[in-house]
Ligand binder design. Sequence first.
Ligand code: CA
Length: 227
Amino acid sequence: MRILIVEDEQKVANAIREGLEGEQYDVVAERTGEGAFFRTTTEEFDVILLDLGLPGRDGLEILRALRARGMKTPVLVLTARDALQDRVIGLDAGADDYMIKPFAFAELLARIRALVRRGRSAETSRLGIGDLDMNVVTRKVARGGHAVDLTVREFELLEYLLRHQGHVVSRETLARDVWKETARTTPLDNVIDVHIARLRRKVDADHGARLIHTVRGVGFMLREGEP
Ligand code: CA
């Protein structure tokens, strides 16, 4: 089990490292966001512990950059700032959990174990394609590391498309599986099209690569590149 600690305060980093090594974890420490970014391009970790207040590029910037690059490793944010805003921003940027310093070491261990377990069942908690990332547990969606704010229905629709990515999904299937409408006399086609259009504006607008494609006369397909 390999853990990366990104923390500029040497004393804190050493204390965490010693504690984790005592639990037989293999620990690597970086003091800067740049160092962490470089490290994760060449090495695999099971969990990353990320301090938000770092010199140079701060933890949030690094986290967004890593998620934009498609990194799926669970990230536990460590923050001295206990403002709710930081926590929200951290989760939006792609953090899986957060802890406010100072924290009890036993609590840190429990959180790490939970993240590793969740990471192992990643297909049930995280879905993604290209730089689009969905966490079905926290119900957060991000594209290129930036939060995408979706309504409940839009989220369900995108989740369905993600679970069937690379396959054509018909409007009938969406009506049945997302809208749970089987015996409806009026087709839901217009409703579905409106939701797809909104989802496109939120997910695909301002991005070079389109992910949601219309397959004329058949339905829709989520994939990278033209179908
Ligand atoms: Ca710090």
